[in-house]
Structure formats: C-alpha cells, structure tokens
Design a protein around this ligand. Structure first.
Ligand code: PRX
Length: 677
C-alpha cells in the first residue's frame, strides 16, 4: 500500500506540473485514480529480497502452484485452464495451462483500454530526430482491429502464417497484434535481411501474405523494403502484399496482389472479436541461426510465452505502472518481440519504439531521447554501448538522465569497460544494470541480476541469478552434472519454463537433436557458463559454431554455404574473432580451386557481395584470408580451434598440432594473417 501511495504521489507530482501548465488537472486526477486501480490489479513489481527468495524457492519446489497462481492473477482467460503443466525435459515437451482459452491481443490491449483508454501504449521515436508520436491503448486497439479485419478479408484464417517485414513502427506492432487477434501466426523477419533470406523464411513458414513498407529509414538512410520483397517473391507463391507507406516513396505495386495497408484499413471496422485460442496454439515463428543447416523457425505458443514475457518484464526491470520504458531493439528480433511488444503491453506499460540508430544525428541520440521522453528503464545492446563510449562522456552528460531507474543489456557478453561506463556515466552509479542472459528459444529472460540486487552488490558483466522457475545446470563434456561453486561447464536448463520454444517449425526432429538429445533430461543452451565462488552465473560464450555479431546470432555454416557457391572457391571455414565494437567479427578462411586466374582482391569482393545479398550486410566477413589449405585432422575434420586462435591474433595458443594431416599449413596461415592486419 505504501508503494501505491508513493507511486501515485510521484505520478501526481509529474503529472500535476504538466497539468497545471496545460490546465488539464481534472484529467490528471482521473489518470492517477486509474493508475492506482491498475496497480491494485497487477500487484507490485519491486519485491523485497526475502519475498524474492521465497518466490524463487516456491517456483522450483511447487511450480504448479507458482505458475498457476500467476497465470490466473496476471492474465485474462476466456476459459480457465485445467492443468498447469504437462512437461518433460527428456522428450522436450513443454505444455502449459492446458485446455485454457486466451487471446493475446485482448490481454495486451482491451483490458487496459477498459481501465484507461487514453493511457499511452507506444511512443514511437521516429528516425527523424526530435520527432515522437504517442499512441494510446485505445488507438492501438482500433488499428489492430482494422488490420485484423483486412487480414480476414484477404483470406487469412486461424493457424495461417503472416510474414511481417517492416520497420519499427506502431503499425508494425498493430500488425503483430492483429495476427494474434485472429489466431494467425506471425513470422517477423528483420527488415535488414536480404531478398534471398526473406524468401527462404516466407517459404519455410508457408506465409501466403506479406506485410511490408515502401521504405525503411535508419539514420536518414532509405532502405527499399518493397523492392526487396518484390525480389524475394520471385521465388515464393504469395497471394497478397500489404504495403505501409512509411516514406511515401514511389514503389512498384503489382495489380491484384499489392495493396496499400492504410487504404485497406480505412474502410474497416475498429472492432474485431478476439479469437479464443488454446494456450498451446502457436503464437509466432521467429528465425534464428544454429551451428549447422539453414536458420530454424523457433515456434512459441500463446499463454506460457505471454505470462513469461510479462513477468520477466515486470520484475527484471522493476516496471511500475506509469513508467516510460524503452527497449531499443528492433521488433525483428526476439528482444523486440518480448520486451518491446508483448511483455510491456501485457503489463499495460508505455513502451518506446526506437526506429533510428544510436549515432544519428549524433552519439547523444539515446540520452537526448531519455531526457525528452523521461525514460525510466533503458534496455540496449553491449555493441551500442561499446560504440558510444568511444565518443566520450560529453554526449551523455549534457542530457538529464535523472528519470532512469534501471539499465538493461542483452544479446552478448558485455565487457567490463562497457559495463562500468554504462553504470558510472549513463546511470550515474544509481541505476542497477540488468545484464540479461536468454535466447530466442527461451522466449524471455532466464538469468539476470535484478531480483536480488537490492541486497547484493552488482558484479560487472555477470547475469548472476536465475529467474523464477529457472534451474541452471552446468555439465562437463561427458554430460555429468557439476555441483557446488567455482565450476565452469556447459550451460543447460533443468526445468521447463512456460516461455520455452515448443518446436522448430516443421522440424521436430531437429528441435530434439539440437536442444534435448545432446544431454538427455536437460535443455542444452549452446553456451558455456561459470558459477563463481558465490554461486553467481557468468556466461563464457557459445560452445558451438554460432557467432554473435553486434548481438545478432549467426551460424558460421550459413556464411560458408554462401561462399562455397563461388566458382573459384574450393573450401571455406568461417570463425568469429574478437571485435572491439561488434563483440565478434566474421573471419573467413578460403581455399581456391587450381588454376584460378582471377585476382584475390576481386574474389574477396565478390564473396562479400554474395554474403550481403544472400543473408544481409551484418553477416559480411570483414576479414578474408585466401589460405593455402585448411588445418585438418587425418580423418578430414577442420580444426577450427586453430583457425579461431589465428583469427584472434593468438597464434601462440594453437597448442598441439601433431594430429593434423599437414601441419605446415598452420605456419602459412599465421603468416597470411599477419599480412592482413
Ligand atoms: O550466446 C548467448 C548470447 O546470445 C545468444 C542468444 O541469441 P539470440 O537467440 O539471438 O537472443 C538474443 C537476445 C536474447 C545466447 O545463446 N547472449 C544473450 N544474452 C547474453 C548473451 N551472452 C552473454 N551475456 C548475455 N547477457
């Protein structure tokens, strides 16, 4: 109750200043009352350390009661569920809130509209500096219903997949929610992927409709999205393309297939009855890279995902009703799904949509936005923090950041220098940093410091604590569990969580092979971790052939597959190497066929162009070495360990090379590498 008073008081204070200025204090009073009502409904987010400990213990000892109670109190159900969970870590089965009926858009919109229709759902921080647009919950609901009605008119039915290839914008959020309104499955593809990558995702997901924009805008650069869609569709069979006019550019519209989205919406009703969905019906597919094969469509389901996104958002960011919360991720990644859209909106929050880039018009962009929008929580990526710290403190310090309460980071390890700059300079040593470890597959944050940080001093670059229900397990190479503290091993999860991926779209066998068969009884994350002497978790990085470039996951095999198609290329091996800003960069070793007359420089340029057009510019290798051969064992396996050491400028670490078929190649590779620097 005291918190209720404190929050209402703070809100009153902020709102009143504004209200007095604008002579709207009657509205302010009713807004405060509705916030107080919302708080009573959802409960507090700032918990004491004892309460957190008790909740964590209960979440492991009695998960049925723990999750069951939260699901009933935090979500609106069309029909109550009959069983909390039917999950089995041996078979990779996760079923939660069985036989319940729910609608995700109703939980993210209608129930907030009923309480406070004018509350701000989204603040769109547009690419153009100093321009933001506020969208209320009522407006977002109406737009969502209109898109839903357009989709229905175009023949989209429950269970169909809709591909969304759009810039970060309120209308893109309305499109995602419109799918959930009618029970369609969305497949959002990051609007930086190439036509080839887009067409592979359209085909794999079986999308019959694509929603896109004429162009995207990032850092004032125009990105021709509709043209890319047109190219992608040369290899797909799609009925309709809906085009949102972001810039108004003149784009090609194919008669009978392509329609302007807003024109189509204008004739539609602003109401659409939400489709009752089974808790376990698919909600969305999101593609991510693995160590082998093509990207996999990670599939999440309705109720468990929503509850997990909502709870992690609330507790990890100490989100309180009335806060302005900004996660600057793109909606094309899981962070955008869970912490721009679903988690915040399910909590009735005001969520900032960031369309731009951190250095446009200058490296103060984030902090100018924090001041202007009065942001309370800021959630970003280490790669941006590393980039911004290079420009010095002046770009941060000239803006008022006193509203900030919590800072978050995600996607890759944050190095200590970046952590300290974030904590000391951006947060002025008063904002805890939530270093959140999780994955596309987990749907939401799994390990993060926030819950107990009020009593435990923060540790730089350390996610520290498991969230409710999470049982982190460390295994040795043989799969034996490592007990006690001060141990390092393969990071696995030993318990089912409501937000876990249910399958890989169309490939359950691959799902089991990648995550559940390597170490039976556990979910294998692909990461290594250390449990320190105090029992806190540190992430040591991927243990497979996945690399992390600017927080984006990339399978080295994907890049190799593209480059192998070059006529002059015999063989390739791609590894990651430490990169000051990007975290990891892409380093390609390439061997050529006999008798190639083309210059090495031309071949390198062509290889880079191929990767750009097949995957996207973020995947292009910055370092390409034309190598005399690749270091292989006698059985023909490439020793990537050696290639990684050379790429990392640590040839002294290559260690024992006696098992190589031809060890002379190593010296040549090292010499070539030095020439590249
Ligand atoms: O290696 C881990 C790294 O990112 C991977 C998951 O990538 P993705 O599915 O694209 O999801 C990114 C957003 C959640 C993980 O396997 N990773 C993510 N967060 C952290 C991290 N590595 C270290 N520290 C983190 N906080």
């Amino acid at each position: 109750m005291s918190m209720l008073i404190r929050i209402s008081r703070d809100l009153m204070k902020n709102n009143l200043q504004h209200a007095v200025k604008n002579n709207t204090w009657y509205q302010t009073k009713s807004r405060c009352l509705s916030i107080a009502a919302a708080l009573q409904h959802y409960g507090p987010s700032v918990l004491g350390a004892d309460q957190i400990k008790k909740m964590y213990e209960q979440s492991l000892s009695d998960p049925e009661t723990f999750w069951g109670e939260h699901a009933r109190s935090k979500l609106n159900w069309i029909k109550d569920f009959e069983q909390v969970s039917n999950s089995d870590m041996n078979t990779g089965k996760h079923e939660w809130f069985l036989n319940g009926k729910i609608n995700v858009s109703e939980n993210c919109l209608d129930r907030h509209v009923a309480r406070d229709p004018d509350a701000t759902a989204l603040i769109w921080e547009k690419d153009e500096p100093n321009t933001h647009v506020k969208v209320s919950y009522k407006e977002l609901l109406e737009k969502t219903c209109q898109v839903a009605n357009v989709l229905k008119r175009k023949g989209v039915q429950k269970g169909d997949t809709v591909c969304i290839y759009m810039p970060v914008s309120p209308i893109a959020v309305a499109c995602m929610l419109a799918c959930t309104r009618i029970g369609a499955i969305h497949s959002v593809v990051f609007a930086g992927f190439s036509a080839e990558a887009l067409s592979a995702r359209i085909n794999d997901g079986g999308s019959k409709i694509v929603i896109t924009a004429d162009e995207g805008l990032r850092g004032s650069k125009r990105i021709s999205l509709k043209n890319t869609v047109d190219k992608a569709l040369e290899n797909c069979s799609v009925d309709n393309v809906l085009v949102y006019q972001r810039t108004g550019a003149d784009v090609h519209m194919q008669h009978g297939r392509d329609f302007y989205l807003e024109e189509e919406m204008s004739s539609e009703s602003v109401e659409c009855v939400p489709e009752p969905m089974d808790s376990e019906d698919p909600l969305f597919i999101l593609y991510t890279s693995g160590s082998t094969g093509k990207p996999k469509g990670v599939q999440h389901s309705q109720a468990g995902y929503l509850l997990y996104a909502m709870m992690t958002h609330k507790y990890v960011f100490k989100y309180e009703v009335g806060d302005i919360y900004a996660c600057v991720a793109d909606i094309g990644w899981i962070t955008g799904h869970s912490y721009v859209v679903y988690g915040p909106l399910a909590n009735g929050a005001t969520s900032v949509l960031f369309e731009s880039v951190p250095t446009y018009p200058d490296p103060g962009r984030y902090w100018e936005m924090v001041e202007r929008l009065k942001v309370n929580q800021f959630y970003g990526a280490p790669t941006a923090i590393r980039l911004l710290l290079k420009f010095g403190n002046e770009f941060v310090e000239k803006y008022d950041r006193d509203t900030l309460k919590v800072l978050g980071t995600v996607g890759e390890p944050i190095n200590e220098e970046a952590w300290h700059w974030y904590y000391d300079i951006v947060g002025q040593k008063k904002c805890p940093i939530s270093d959140t470890w999780w994955q596309t597959e987990t749907g939401g944050i799994v390990i993060s410091p926030v819950p107990e940080q009020d009593v435990v001093p923060p540790k730089p670059a350390c996610p520290m604590f498991p969230f409710f229900g999470v049982k982190p397990i460390l295994l040795d190479e043989e799969g034996k569990e490592l007990h006690g503290n001060d141990v390092s091993g393969l990071l696995c999860l030993g318990s089912s969580l409501p937000g876990m991926a249910r399958t890989i779209h169309g490939d359950q066998e691959r799902f089991l092979d990648v995550y559940y068969r390597p170490y039976p009884g556990y979910y294998f994350t692909g990461d290594g971790a250390r449990r320190d002497a105090e029992g806190h978790y540190h992430i040591t990085g991927r243990v497979d052939d996945v690399i992390n470039v600017k927080g984006v996951r990339l399978g080295t095999a994907e890049v190799e597959d593209v480059m192998d198609n070059h006529d002059a290329v015999a063989e390739t091996a791609v590894v990651g190497y430490p990169h000051e800003i990007k975290g990891q960069g892409v380093y390609a070793y390439v061997t050529l066929k006999e008798g190639i007359s083309e210059s090495e420089e031309d071949i390198k340029k062509e290889l880079q162009a191929m990767v750009k057009s097949s995957i996207g510019s973020f995947a292009v290798p910055e370092m390409i070495q034309i190598a005399p051969g690749l270091p292989k064992t006698r059985s023909g396996k490439i020793m990537r360990r050696i290639l990684r050491c050379v790429a990392a400028n640590k040839p002294e670490d290559v260690g024992d090379i006696s098992t190589l078929a031809d060890d002379s190649v190593v010296e040549e590779i090292i010499a070539n590498h030095e020439k590249l620097l």
